[in-house]
Design a protein around this ligand. Structure first.
Ligand SMILES: N[C@@H](CCC(=O)N[C@@H](CS)C(=O)NCC(=O)O)C(=O)O
Length: 245
């Protein structure tokens, strides 16, 4: 049985999970809280990041490669079409991976980690009891490590939010001609990746892992979510979730 090593609520993991489920590939999810994924990812032959897909043929340790693996092994129309359209899709997908994913993550963690009750919530939602107990005991250490590792501070979060706004404006410009999908006339890796990586600041109801519900979100984050959902790009992310997730 294929195994997907994840941090369940991570948007890069959601991207891989979405592609696997869409392709009808059977897999079992092996989830960890942030940082605890490191050992599992290494042991599987990956780097320290997740998702890592462990298959009979070896480990696939990057979300884009997992989408391509799904095209080869699954039974859904390809996420990466051939020819010129395929190159356009790959370029959009890579851009979202490099810039949208890290930016939405930084803004969301910057506002969520200091939230009162964050340690308790993470512990409650832990994929295993031992992880929850460990996170509760070591939350200040974990928070400090994530703050350092992701460079979470007001200035960098502000820069990341501006980056998100720029990407949303670019996606809005693509959609301005009335197209239903970002590239070509059907759902591709560009749409899936945009929607999954925008999700921490859009909170689509169909997201397939726990995200804090809107009524538990800090006010500042809620303001960002409301604003982004109302943009054409935000509406596109929500529509991709409604129609394709
Ligand atoms: N390029 C990688 C990025 C994945 C990534 O950044 N994963 C994060 C979770 S959102 C992670 O595992 N971070 C843990 C760490 O850096 O230690 C991919 O597309 O798979």
């Amino acid at each position: 049985m294929n195994r997907l090593i994840t941090i369940p609520f991570s948007h890069f993991c959601e991207k891989a999970r979405w592609a696997l489920e869409r392709a009808g590939v059977p897999f079992r999810e092996d989830g960890y809280l942030p940082m605890l994924q490191t050992v599992a990812a290494w042991r599987a032959g990956g780097k320290r990041t997740v998702p890592v897909l462990v298959t009979d043929g070896g480990a696939v340790d990057d979300s884009t490669d997992i989408l391509r693996w799904c095209d080869e092994h699954g039974n859904a129309p390809p996420l990466f079409p051939g020819g010129a359209l395929g190159r356009e899709v790959a370029e959009l997908e890579e851009g979202f991976d490099k810039s949208l994913g890290p930016a939405t993550r930084r803004v969301a963690y910057h506002l969520l980690l200091p939230m009162p009750g964050a340690a308790k919530l993470l512990a409650e939602k832990a994929p295993a009891r031992w992880q929850g107990r460990l996170m509760r005991a070591a939350y200040p250490l974990a928070r400090a490590a994530m703050t350092r590792g992701l460079r979470l501070d007001d200035a960098s979060a502000e820069r990341s939010l501006r980056r998100v706004d720029e990407i949303f404006a670019d996606v809005g410009a693509l959609l301005a001609d009335g197209r239903r999908y970002l590239a070509g006339d059907r759902f591709t890796a560009a749409d899936l990746t945009f929607a999954a990586l925008a999700a921490p600041l859009i909170i689509p109801p169909q997201y397939a892992a726990y995200l804090p519900p809107l009524d538990r979100m800090p006010q500042a984050l809620l303001g960002i979510i409301d604003r982004l959902r109302a943009t054409p790009a935000g509406a596109h992310a929500l529509a991709m979730y409604t129609q394709h997730r």
